[in-house]
Design a protein around this ligand. Sequence first.
Ligand code: E4P
Length: 213
Amino acid sequence: MKFFIDTGQLNEIKQANDWGLIDGVTTNPSLIAKANTTIEELIPRIVEIGDWPISVEVTENHYEGMLQQGRDFTKYGSNIVVKLPMTPDGIKGTRTLAAEGIKVNVTLIFHPIQGLIAAKAGATYASPFVGRLDDIAHSGMELIRDLVNIYDNYDYPTEVLVASVRHPLHVVEAANLGADVATIPFGVLQKFFQHPLTDAGLERFLRDAGKQP
Ligand code: E4P
């Protein structure tokens, strides 16, 4: 399973990359605004850190504008993935950009039929939002199960990119279901290392070795 980091913060990308934990980056307009930066400022700096896939979301809402912006994004590097929304224009744009050899991540997927449409349009990634579904008492993981199964049934190459991840168990459950990628906030990545028995065990080993924990 691949891990992407879901953030607009450069320091988080650098730290997670330094840990060797990440295989890519996803951003969205909200994360970029939260980091108090812009696409033009941020993306070239992420490109300098790694050559893994970097998803950059369009802020245009109509077909022509999406295409223009998406094509412009690819000038930042060959590893740019254009993120398009799950709308008629977004799906039409997916088909067009995919035909040009541009990788597309279809975002805001909340139902299996939306994931099926994204795959049929030629998306490289489909992003189902598990946390936001759980928030409204729908099962995010049922959606992951459905998409993994549907893509498997028809051998679609589209990767299930689990988004809106809120805690480590989301990642474990998605991995058990065979999801290809999870995009994970930095705070959740940090939690991967945390276990009280790891801390207690290490403290005892260090003490027995005559070292300060
Ligand atoms: C990823 O690409 C999504 O933009 C992101 O995971 C959304 O997560 P949220 O529901 O925590 O905003």
